[in-house]
Ligand binder design. Structure first.
Ligand code: ADP
Ligand code: MG
Length: 247
């Protein structure tokens, strides 16, 4: 479904004097099968979000190969790709406009992509994420954190993508709400047959949601393993992360 080969990315000016250039991704390789939930973990600054942003088409200056469903990813966002791959951010405000109602936020992508039966689709999507019709009229500031993340997930799914990129989707939420959103994501994946790539610093989230994971350290993948082996397998660095979570 997704193949990433020798993905490299840096920021800053590589020419000229005085440095300032930082290589953030060094030859990142991984593959994700259709319907799989793949976790990308590692400490803050290891490059996890940068990998997702490359896949989402938010950067264009990466090197290497990215293929989605066997098709090489170009540098430019195509309409088809926008439909196929969607992203959910840690802060739901990242994808919600403060002066747009929930209804408007969900209608917008449908209008842009000229989808039929838009109002019916909005109603169905709200139901799927566990929000009733009354939420259509509300603005983002009139929602709880969990409700806001439900709306952001609904907006990401409204065009029926096949791949959902999740960047710390529960990290900004209260612990009780975290579990609710993780359950919703698990349920949506099972029901819609979605492929997930989930970035988190929280191994608990990976255990809850992912089949397999890769561990990143300083812009490199240092380990790839099934989630079931987290407790007893993995390289030394992976075991250090597991130990840090336990203590
Ligand atoms: P993570 O998500 O694992 O916490 P990121 O992918 O956000 O890490 O960042 C990895 C590194 O890349 C960090 O050192 C960060 O400062 C740097 N970085 C990320 N985005 C940019 C950017 N747009 N410009 C310059 N440096 C960036
Ligand atoms: Mg990040």
């Amino acid at each position: 479904m997704i193949t990433v080969k020798s993905l490299q990315l840096g920021f800053g000016n590589s020419s000229g004097s005085g440095g300032g250039y930082q290589q953030v991704l060094h030859d990142v390789d991984f593959t994700v099968a259709e319907g799989e939930a793949f976790g990308l973990v590692g400490e803050s600054g290891s490059g996890k979000s940068t990998v997702l942003r490359c896949l989402a088409g938010l950067y264009s200056h990466w090197r290497g190969d990215i293929a989605i469903r066997g098709e090489a990813l170009g540098r430019r966002l195509t309409r088809e790709r926008c439909r196929l791959v969607q992203m959910v951010f840690q802060d739901p405000y990242g994808s919600l406009h403060p002066r747009h109602t929930v209804g408007a936020a969900l209608l917008e992508p449908l209008t842009i992509h000229r989808m039929d039966r838009p109002h019916e689709r909005v109603a169905q999507m709200l139901a799927k994420v566990g929000l009733n019709e009354s939420f259509r009229q509300r603005y983002p500031h009139q929602l709880s954190g969990g409700q806001r993340q439900r709306v952001a997930i609904a907006r990401a799914l409204i065009l029926e993508p096949r791949i959902l990129l999740l960047d710390e989707p529960t990290s900004a939420l209260d612990v009780s709400v975290q579990a609710e959103i993780l359950n919703l994501l698990a349920e949506l994946r099972a029901r819609e047959g979605l492929t997930y790539i989930l970035v988190t610093h929280d191994l608990g989230v990976v255990v809850h949601l992912c089949d397999r994971l890769a561990v990143m350290q300083q812009g490199r993948i240092v380990d790839t393993l099934p989630t079931s082996e987290l407790g007893n397998g993995g390289v030394a660095y992976t075991r250090t992360l597991v130990e840090a979570t336990r203590s």
